[in-house]
Write a protein that binds this ligand. Structure first.
Ligand code: NDP
Ligand code: ZN
Length: 363
């Protein structure tokens, strides 16, 4: 839902009015919030946001679980929408195209990592995250995310979405999709590999789907036994509710767990030479760690962290997902239901990825 003056502001090069939902502090609930986006630059696009997924990272950030957040905060980094205006040097998009936005909206573009399209590792520290970040390219103003009607960003950081794609299912691919696709590629998971997915929420379900598409035999570790049928329906071999006594040994494990857990217990389940990718980011206070002796006594196994994925790989992931018909399971909600969705996501009551239908946002 564009605001009345948005297109005029885009043409005139003035700041763009935006309407979203924000929290004012870490214990706050979401309320409507009016704010400004930076003016359109020559390489920027103005996107009307149609759908925004709710990632567990949004909850960690809104509640300052990793570090003190920047408030007021409008989270949201799983964005799908329509291009409604373009700067005069934009070449990747035209008005009317569809686009997605994930966790980043800019970076230096000059360092080795940026040149290799690993912008999330920008060596000049200039990666601008979609929200809860100070934008070094725009006077260090705070960035605001996708629980809103629009967003302005550099075309380089927008992902092309074909016109026939189901946008409500495309939105979560921009974070849950790339964050699980990337380590599966990095570890070269292949046909016949035994893969375990720990944590079976928004990210975990995508990991299961990609691993199956790569031909792996997939097992799920989850807290919630009620999700067993969903796992089997997706094609997993089994859902385990604990690591104890499990006989299977895996070539690859991906942990998407967002709470404190015993990392070593998963390490023990790797085959010799196996790899474990950690993407779940429990709160700092949870002090989830792995000690060096666990690594030494579980020798010849590799453990690494993985952070989203670069822009080039995000486009590749999106193209791969659409080609193979791989989409998240979603539950569409109104924007007024964000508080309820957060509660369900933290109390084990959520089943699928919540996606906000932005047509429910009223001026
Ligand atoms: P969800 O809340 O959608 O899913 C998390 C799942 O983990 C839930 O199903 C939950 O089960 C399950 N779970 C919680 N604790 C345990 C446990 N101890 N053992 C097994 N399962 C458990 O979260 P997301 O998938 O959106 O995000 C997952 C994590 O990944 C978050 O920490 C997020 O911040 C992080 N993340 C990291 C990124 C990166 O680049 N590295 C990018 C995006 C997200 P239940 O249903 O019982 O609650
Ligand atoms: Zn996310």
């Amino acid at each position: 839902m564009l605001l009345e003056n948005n297109l005029t502001q885009a043409i005139n090069g003035t700041q763009i009015d935006a309407l979203g939902y924000s929290v004012g502090h870490k214990n706050d609930t979401f309320k409507p919030f009016r704010f400004k986006r930076h003016a359109m630059g020559e390489y920027d696009i103005l996107l009307e946001i149609l759908y925004a997924g709710i990632c567990h990272s949004d909850i960690h950030a809104a509640r300052s679980e990793w570090r003190e957040g920047i408030y007021p905060m409008v989270p949201g980094h799983e964005i799908a929408g329509k291009v409604v205006a373009i700067g005069n040097k934009v070449s990747k998009f035209k008005v009317g195209d569809y686009a997605g936005v994930g966790c980043m909206v800019n970076s230096c573009g000059e360092c080795e990592s940026c040149k290799a399209s690993q912008e999330q590792f920008c060596e000049n520290g200039k990666v601008v995250f979609t929200y809860d970040c100070l934008d070094c390219f725009h006077d260090n103003v705070p960035t605001y995310g996708g629980y809103a009607n629009n967003i302005v960003l550099s075309e380089k950081f927008a992902i092309k979405v074909p016109p026939n794609a189901p946008l409500e299912k495309v939105a979560p691919l921009l974070c849950a999709g790339i964050t699980t696709y990337s380590p599966l590629q990095f570890s070269k998971v292949k046909k016949g590999d035994k893969v375990a997915v720990a944590g079976f929420g928004g990210l975990g379900m995508m990991a299961v789907k990609y691993a199956l598409a790569l031909g792996a035999e997939v097992y799920v570790f989850a807290r919630n036994q009620n999700k067993a049928q969903d796992a089997l329906n997706m094609g997993a071999k089994a859902l385990f509710s604990q690591t104890k006594g499990i006989k299977e040994r895996f070539d690859f494990i991906i942990s998407t767990i967002p709470t404190a857990y015993d990392v070593k217990a998963y390490l023990k389940l790797l085959k010799s030479g196996g790899e474990m990718a950690i993407v779940g980011l429990p709160p700092i206070e949870a002090k989830t760690h792995i000690d060096v002796s666990s690594l030494v006594f579980n020798a010849n196994k590799k453990v690494y962290g993985s952070l989203i994925g670069g822009i080039k790989e995000t486009q590749e992931m999106l193209d791969f997902s659409l080609k193979h018909n791989i989409y998240p399971e979603v539950e569409i909600i109104n924007i007024t239901q964000i508080n309820e969705a957060y509660e369900k996501l933290t109390s084990g009551k959520a089943r699928f990825r919540y996606v906000i239908d932005m047509s429910s946002l009223k001026a």
